[in-house]
Design a protein around this ligand. Structure first.
Ligand SMILES: *Cc1c(COP(=O)(O)O)cnc(C)c1O
Length: 386
């Protein structure tokens, strides 16, 4: 049944990631935009990095300096962007390994300037602008003054500006807020004493509809893409992006118990391990199985299960499923498609193996209709289970 590969494991289909990268790169190039490939969900995987570079993407990015260092240790010399503003305690590592960092605080850039000077290098910064989602960003009215201050700092180059929407408040990138970013960039062009290229990074995977659909993309010349590239989904509604693979990553987990059990618990009930007190209707006896994986390794609300398997939640080390058609065998491997939040934890967990291949050997699970968004599908399962 198992050929010695680790269980649980994530099987990474590099062929499908390559295909996603080629499609997105081609479509965005037509709109005048480059892709910065965001690898944080893969924990800075060198295999995935090399795959997207082979597809013609020229810049990599991660939110954590540790992941950047992993990429550098694997021999990757491509420009890497740090997309979270550096911690003051990490500036020396940042100027050493990162070509460009996203920034919003003068104190941090000043520390980067001193750190860059100590090793006699220059460090490029992208100033992030607040456009309404209320995560990171300099308020637009404060930008000109901060640009002036930062341009005076030794060993610092202001490479451009960027914005990030959708992540905290779900604010949708649209013609209005992207125009604001473009006009801020235009002001920087005008003020710039050199005719240097100004990097204008419009946002993340949530910008896909705007980027491919709007009439005029203005001065925006870069998008930082993670979810669309790796999982083929638009984070605004978690729907598949046309022509992209949503199953480049497969989770394989092993059955450790399989029994016919009642649906109704017995005894007095209080909170469960997740802090919930679920409503459980009596549906008689069902085929229940336990898989050896838990919340420590993945997010049970963010998995796409095969059509004949229902997810009933998880505790730290147990994932409970119900099989509609047949009794699962102990030792059997079950395959799922992870969403972004599940993928983050899977790739981070030391208990989950990572197996990379060109994809020809991977048995991709039979997916429910591809049009069903991950989040709604999970809610359906939760509602069914309730
Ligand atoms: C995570 C992140 C991205 C990538 O987001 P996706 O939705 O996965 O494309 C881009 N920019 C910043 C600042 C991020 O933190």
């Amino acid at each position: 049944m198992n050929d010695g590969r680790p269980v649980p494991r994530v099987e990474v289909d590099l062929g499908r990631i390559y295909a996603n990268a080629c499609v997105l790169r081609g479509r965005l190039a037509q709109r005048g935009m480059d892709i910065t490939a965001v690898l944080k969900a893969t924990l800075g995987s060198p295999e995935v990095a090399k795959t997207v570079l082979a597809a013609g993407i020229r810049t990599l990015a991660d939110s954590r300096i540790e992941n950047v260092e992993t990429l550098r240790a694997s021999g990757i010399t491509t420009p890497i962007t740090l997309i979270r503003t550096p911690m003051l305690t990490q500036v020396d590592r940042v100027v050493r390994h990162v070509d460009l960092s996203c920034n919003t605080e003068v104190d941090v850039i000043s520390a980067l300037s001193r750190a860059a000077r100590r090793i006699n290098r220059s460090h490029r910064v992208m100033l992030m602008v607040e456009l309404g989602d209320l995560r990171e960003g300099i308020l637009p009215e404060d930008l000109p003054e901060i640009v002036r201050m930062v341009r005076r700092m030794p060993n610092i180059i202001v490479a451009g500006i960027g914005a990030n929407l959708a992540c905290r408040s779900g604010v949708v990138p649209d013609v209005v807020n992207m125009k604001v970013l473009s006009s801020l960039a235009k002001a920087m062009h005008v003020e710039s004493d050199t005719a240097r290229h100004v990097l204008v990074s419009g946002g993340n995977s949530a910008n896909i509809d705007w980027a491919l659909g709007c009439a005029d993309t203005g001065l925006i010349n870069d998008l930082r893409l993670g979810e669309a590239l790796l999982l083929g989904r638009n984070p605004l509604d978690r729907m598949p992006v046309d022509g992209l693979h949503v199953d480049a990553f497969t989770l394989v987990a092993e059955v450790i118990e399989s029994k016919r059990k009642p649906t109704m618990p017995w005894g007095h009930r209080a909170q469960n391990a997740a802090g919930d007190t679920p409503m459980i209707p009596d549906r008689g006896d069902v085929q229940q199985a336990i898989l050896a994986i838990g919340r420590q390794d993945m997010d049970p609300d963010d998995l796409l299960a095969p059509a004949d398997i229902r997810l009933h939640g998880a505790s730290s080390d147990h994932l409970i499923v119900e099989s509609a058609s047949r009794r699962l065998a102990v030792g059997e491997e079950i395959r799922f498609i992870p969403g972004y939040n599940a993928l983050l934890r899977l790739m981070t967990s030391p208990h989950v193996g990572k197996v990379y291949s060109d994809g020809s050997q991977i048995r991709h699970p039979e997916l429910p209709p591809a049009s069903i968004p991950m989040s709604r599908y999970s809610h359906t399962i939760a509602a069914d289970a309730a």
